[in-house]
Write a protein that binds this ligand. Structure first.
Ligand SMILES: C[S@@+](CC[C@H](N)C(=O)[O-])C[C@H]1O[C@@H](n2cnc3c(N)ncnc32)[C@H](O)[C@@H]1O
Length: 276
């Protein structure tokens, strides 16, 4: 995988070292229409603080899988852990090189294809589990984690599939299948937390920002072209019309009630069971 341009766009526009949803301690008190990008970046900081409380005391070294642009690795280092990072993305590799100058070893690889040269106390997957194929992912986890070590996954999982082919269904792992494979590869679930409600204000806030800034800008540009350069508008519609329609359908991913209908945003702590 060379570069994930959507993730690159998030990192450059939001200017946050994180690529995850963030965590809101009191979601019921949030008015999404009043959220700013700074609020969201702060919630992202809170997400890693909360997630790190799930790391057991006997963990010293961590492989940050799907490490993004390094916000989580920086936090884990600040808490005294030894951290290596992994991602298949070229851009993220260059960010890590600039940020850490070799202090964090970076492996550019899909987790499924990773061939570890050592075993870790913990594999840490912050919103990257859904990108990793289920069975090959557990297979790699088995050889990457020491006996008694852990896999901490924080991600959304599909709990309901009505066969509608909704975007939410396409973009996540089936929870039951994920759990069955965990067991099959020797991983026992020892802690869990449903953080769906704590993560939803980010979706509602992103939708509100889109409705406030992006949609009016697109409408203005389209009206302007229609009035002054109708031929250019026609060419643009012909070239990009279908792609734009597909992207608009993907925007339904920002609908938190649809999210909850199909998915749960979970923290799962697994322990690798000693076969002896
Ligand atoms: C939503 S981002 C989360 C980034 C970071 N963990 C965070 O919490 O900010 C997903 C990450 O998974 C990475 N990724 C995508 N496919 C992957 C794979 N097959 N194996 C490992 N990482 C993958 C992406 O490049 C990206 O770094």
């Amino acid at each position: 995988m060379p570069i994930d341009h959507v993730l690159k766009l998030y990192s450059e526009s939001i200017r946050s070292p994180y690529l995850h949803y963030g965590f809101w301690d009191e979601p019921e008190k949030i008015d999404p229409k009043k959220l700013t990008l700074d609020d969201m970046v702060q919630a992202q900081g809170r997400y890693i603080e909360h997630l790190a409380t799930y790391i057991p005391e006997d963990v010293k070294n961590i492989l940050d899988v799907g490490a993004g642009i390094g916000g989580n690795s920086t936090y884990l280092l600040s808490q005294g852990y030894e951290v290596d990072a992994l991602s298949p993305d070229e851009y993220q590799e260059s960010v890590f090189k600039d940020k850490y100058a070799g202090k964090v070893k970076f492996y550019r690889s899909k987790f499924e294809n990773f061939d570890p040269d050592k075993q870790y106390d913990m594999v840490f997957q912050s919103e990257s589990a859904c990108y990793i194929e289920i069975e090959p992912g557990w297979k790699t986890a088995q050889k990457t984690i020491r006996n008694g070590g852990y896999l901490l996954a924080s991600d959304y999982f599909l709990h309901h599939n009505d066969g509608s082919g909704d975007w939410h269904i396409k973009a996540s792992h089936d929870e039951r299948n994920y759990m069955d494979k965990a067991k099959e590869y020797g991983f026992k679930l020892i802690r869990e937390y449903d953080q769906t409600e704590n993560t939803m204000p980010t979706l509602d806030g992103a939708k509100a920002l889109l409705e406030r800034f992006i949609f009016p800008t697109v409408e203005f540009s389209s009206n302007y072209l229609d009035k002054n350069h109708p031929f250019i508008l026609k060419v643009i519609k012909k070239a990009f019309g279908k792609k734009v329609n597909d992207k608009m359908k993907q925007i339904s991913l920002l609908n938190s009630s649809d999210f909850k209908k199909y998915k749960r945003y979970m923290i799962y702590l697994f322990q690798k069971v000693d076969p002896s």
